[in-house]
Ligand binder design. Structure first.
Ligand code: PLP
Length: 392
């Protein structure tokens, strides 16, 4: 990126991201190229979005076909791709009904709204509080940042919405204690992503489910980062053998096309009738056609099994780095949502990896988070691990 281009970009764009001087111009599979022709293996995957890799031919074809047929119609009418995508999700999950939107934050907004309205409709108008986990991340809109357990996300945006209470993640006793008669829902990520790739113990989600069942509160699982095969199963909650009442999806659902979805059981879904909630672009034909093709490709080509296998291999190699280097404090995660916690800040490692042709990302200052396309191969994992080994 030339100095002049960087100056132009920084003069016109809102200063909300800290970016390296790199303009990405092309992507194919697990690889992306910059404007100067350098190539990189993408271990961020558009932040857990491009699960089939960049420009997957099946998704591109589905997208183009639909764009030539019907690009946008509004939600005043039915469209076939939206119906087919909803039916696929219903067939493959606990859910009976789906609401489509455009992003993860919007999916969580819809989840928060439906949980509150569910109790309101049942005459429990004072039951609106939501239990949320410390270090969670649920989005940047006012309601979702209110549900997010990280102060830095909230600074300067007061007043935060009322009705969100916080408990330590992975502490079922604390959850049980915090549950009150005015609690309408508990919202959890099955594995905390932005919080630093934090996995709960094997019993936590099951106990959370039981506590919700006893009190009548709804369990909302935010699978925006963990869903669509990322952890080696279509949805991460399947590892823990429970189902939620409400689940949110986004990120990889469209393999790069912006789409979010809020899925719910019939009972919960009954809280939304015509006019209760809406969005102009939610589930447009082009986006839903691409999402459906993404899901069919994942299923038909055995990509989620590949993710589980290569993810286990990758994690073992990261554990090898931990054993060899004092600078590595911990290795966490499942499938291809992996975190390598360092003793010190990871910023310089990220920029050194970039120089050597790898896109990696650091969260919570010290955690390298890996979320590559699920089609990543052993050789690509090996090349990154060797690079990290030499840098560490
Ligand atoms: N929930 C989780 C678990 C996320 O990881 C994210 C984004 O990183 C969001 C919600 C917000 O999604 P979006 O950025 O699409 O609004």
């Amino acid at each position: 990126m030339t100095q002049a281009l960087r100056k132009k970009a920084d003069a016109v764009m809102m200063n909300t991201y800290l970016r390296p001087p790199l303009v990405l111009t092309r992507g194919r599979g697990c690889r992306v190229w910059d404007s100067e022709g350098n190539s990189y293996i993408d271990f961020i995957g558009g932040i857990a979005v491009c699960n089939l890799g960049h420009a997957h031919p099946r998704v591109v074809r589905a997208l183009c076909r639909q764009a030539e047929t019907l690009f946008h119609a509004s939600n005043l009418y039915y469209t076939m791709p939206q119906i087919d995508l909803a039916a696929w999700l219903v067939d493959h999950s606990f859910a009976d009904r789906i609401f489509f939107c455009n992003s993860g934050a919007e999916a969580n907004e819809a989840a928060i709204k439906i949980a509150r309205r569910y109790f309101h409709q049942n005459g429990e108008t004072g039951r609106f509080r939501i239990l949320c986990a410390e270090k969670s991340f649920h989005g940047r809109t006012m309601a979702t940042l209110s549900a997010t357990g990280q102060d830095k996300i909230k600074t300067g945006f007061s007043p935060i919405l009322e009705g969100f209470d916080f408990i330590p993640f992975n502490d079922a006793a604390a959850l049980e204690q915090a549950m009150g008669p005015d609690t309408c829902a508990v919202i959890l990520e099955p594995i905390q992503g932005e919080g630093g790739v934090v996995e709960p113990g094997p019993d936590y989600l099951r106990r959370a489910r039981e506590i919700c069942d006893r009190s009548g509160a709804l369990l909302i699982l935010d699978e925006i980062q963990t869903g669509i095969g990322r952890t080696g199963k279509l949805f991460a909650h399947s590892h823990f053998e429970i189902t939620p009442d409400i689940m949110t999806l986004a990120k990889a659902l469209g393999n790069g096309l912006p789409i979010g979805a809020m899925l719910a059981t019939e009972q919960v879904a009954s809280a939304f009738g015509p006019g209760a909630h809406a969005t102009t672009f939610g589930g447009t034909p082009v986006v839903t056609a691409a999402a459906l093709e993404t899901l069919k490709t994942l299923e038909e080509e055995g990509i989620i099994d590949h993710c589980a296998e290569i993810g286990a291999y990758f994690k073992n190699r990261l554990i090898g780095l931990q054993e060899a280097h004092e600078g590595v404090a911990d290795v966490r995660g499942r499938g291809l949502l992996l975190g390598l916690e360092l003793q010190d800040s990871g910023a310089s490692l990220v920029s050194e990896c970039l120089k050597r042709g790898f896109l990696v990302n650091c969260i919570q200052d010290r955690v390298l988070r890996f979320a590559p396309p699920l089609i990543i191969q052993k050789e690509e994992v090996d090349s990154l691990v060797e690079c990290l080994d030499s840098l560490l």
